[in-house]
Design a protein. Structure first.
Ligand code: SF4
Ligand code: SF4
Length: 97
């Protein structure tokens, strides 16, 4: 078995799970409170390109009505989504206590 080789088959977004964390059954406990920054989506700028959705390591971003939506119950605040959004529709803001 060669686990690092993937089958080269094409697929569309309809074949990709909506929120990967739930499909995999991973994130079952909510954010424990250690997140220091959180992503905020600017819906006016977001074009629903799926970049952040594809790169979020926790699979907590979904696209609703053409706009990205983050499930903050499970987001860990890593900021990868902000780095991948080329049009700057995501800002990381400090958590409010
Ligand atoms: S990467 Fe940016 S523009 Fe694309 S869906 Fe995410 S927030 Fe929207
Ligand atoms: S900050 Fe990290 S975990 Fe939270 S939505 Fe962005 S990429 Fe996902």
């Amino acid at each position: 078995m060669r686990p690092y080789l993937r089958e080269k088959t094409s697929f569309g977004f309809a074949d990709v799970p909506e929120a990967t964390c739930y499909e995999a059954g991973y994130l079952v406990t909510k954010n424990a409170g250690w997140r220091s920054i959180r992503p905020v989506i600017d819906a006016q700028r977001c074009v629903g390109c799926y970049q952040c959705y594809l790169y979020c390591p926790d699979g907590v971003i979904r696209i609703e009505d053409g706009k990205a939506v983050v499930d903050l119950d499970f987001c860990k605040g890593c900021g990868i989504c902000q780095k991948t959004c080329r049009i700057g529709a995501i800002e990381m803001e400090a958590e409010r206590k």
